[in-house]
Design a protein. Structure first.
Length: 397
């Protein structure tokens, strides 16, 4: 096939083969471009307050479905690892007319130890997807017990984990160094039954009281660090080579079972009056900030579901499906982006052809230590049920 025909150019146009300094091959090469395995670092943020025993167990039960869906990968090999932090950073409360404040220095964004089969903490702080015991270890790791803070702060815990000095401090010095890899995406999955009460201020400006009929984290949200400020921090993460890090966010939180709406309702029981989220009877507060953060990352809220579900299987499968599909792929052996053609096999077996020349792909050139990437655009955006991807190079012959 002639290069001009492949690119849709007229015969009067010059070929890029003849341009000064061109990297376009004059003859076809036997070695095709290589698609690297998609790297994703997965961080579960587990609420370990007193009301979360049943929910933690529910997540652990459905992890086989999560891992199975993640490994399908939309036709691209998956290279993932998983770690867990908790929502415990601090707790400020007024009890018996006096202020009680404590911090949780052993948690506060630090990766939790992977428990051994006997339940003892090990030296491991994350689990590789290739580990033959990844499911068993993951199940033990998400069960973080229920003796943590009753003032849940998932946003602040994530900031500390990935955007503070903890991210680069070595594991043996109490940090998370080594968990986030260069060139990898970061998926955060928050699991909680209460509102986020995050602040970068210590002590935080918002406090808890013994009055269970009010939710001060919602009432005084304007005093907390804003959702937008946290979102901006997460969107500007970079790896050690300076490359922007793609980040995904999912929440299983206090939103309505039927339509993911948020709203405060009071539940009057013989034991007292409790604040719930509308349509979520086992929550302990409305999820205004939780929903807002999920919406910043995905306007369609495909990354948000209710903590009040009786089973989390479908929710985790959906999250894994979103995580498995990146709208970019790393490529090697690509001599010139104008010659790149990607063939995407859809779920029904049809093959869609995408190209840089046609505007369906965008090319991000490699740097000194940064690989080149192709980004999918328009109608060629990847889908969860794609069967495969093949990269070809057109050349003159």
């Amino acid at each position: 096939m002639l290069l001009a025909a492949a690119l849709g150019w007229g015969l009067a146009c010059s070929s890029p083969v003849d341009e000064p300094g061109s990297t376009v091959p004059g003859t076809c090469e036997s070695e095709a471009p290589v698609i690297s395995a998609q790297k994703t670092d997965i961080l579960f943020v587990i609420d370990n307050s007193g009301s979360m025993a049943e929910e933690q167990a529910g997540i652990a039960t459905e992890l086989p479905a999560f891992l199975a869906e993640l490994r399908q990968g939309g036709g691209v090999a998956q290279d993932f690892r998983v770690g867990v932090i908790t929502t415990s950073v601090y707790q400020r409360a007024f009890v018996n007319n006096r202020e009680v404040y404590r911090e949780y220095p052993e948690e506060s964004g630090r990766l939790r130890p992977v428990p051994t089969a006997s339940g003892e903490p090990s030296s491991e702080r994350y689990i590789e997807g290739s580990d033959p015991e990844v499911l068993e270890k993951f199940r033990r790791l998400v069960v973080q017990k229920t003796n943590g803070s009753g003032q849940e702060t998932p946003f602040e815990a994530v900031r500390l984990a990935v955007a503070s000095s903890l991210a680069t401090t070595s594991l043996d010095q109490g940090g998370n160094g080594g968990f986030l890899r260069d060139g990898s995406r970061l998926l955060v999955v928050v699991v909680t039954d209460e509102e986020d009460c995050s602040s970068m201020q210590r002590p935080p400006p918002v406090f808890l009281t013994e009055d269970t009929s009010r939710d001060f984290c919602s009432e005084k949200a304007s005093e907390l660090t804003s959702v937008d400020e946290y979102f901006d921090i997460f969107q500007n993460l970079r790896d050690s080579k300076g490359a922007a890090r793609e980040m995904l966010w999912a929440t299983i939180g206090p939103v309505s079972l039927t339509d993911k709406s948020v709203g405060l309702v009071q539940d009057v029981t013989p034991q007292g009056t409790y604040v719930r989220n509308v349509g979520c009877p086992t929550s302990y507060g409305p999820g205004f900030r939780q929903r807002a953060m999920a919406e910043r990352f995905n306007s369609g809220l495909e990354n948000l579901d209710s903590i009040c579900k009786s089973s989390y299987r479908d929710t985790l499968v959906s999250i894994a499906g979103l995580a498995a599909i990146s709208q970019s792929i790393e490529v090697m052996n690509l001599p010139d982006p104008r010659l790149a053609q990607v063939r995407v096999t859809r779920a029904d077996g049809t093959v869609q052809t995408c190209s840089v020349a046609g505007g369906d792909l965008r090319y991000d050139a490699s740097g000194e230590e940064r690989p080149a990437r192709l980004f999918f655009r328009g109608d060629c955006l990847r889908r969860q049920d794609d069967q495969g991807i093949e990269v070809r190079v057109f050349c003159a012959e």
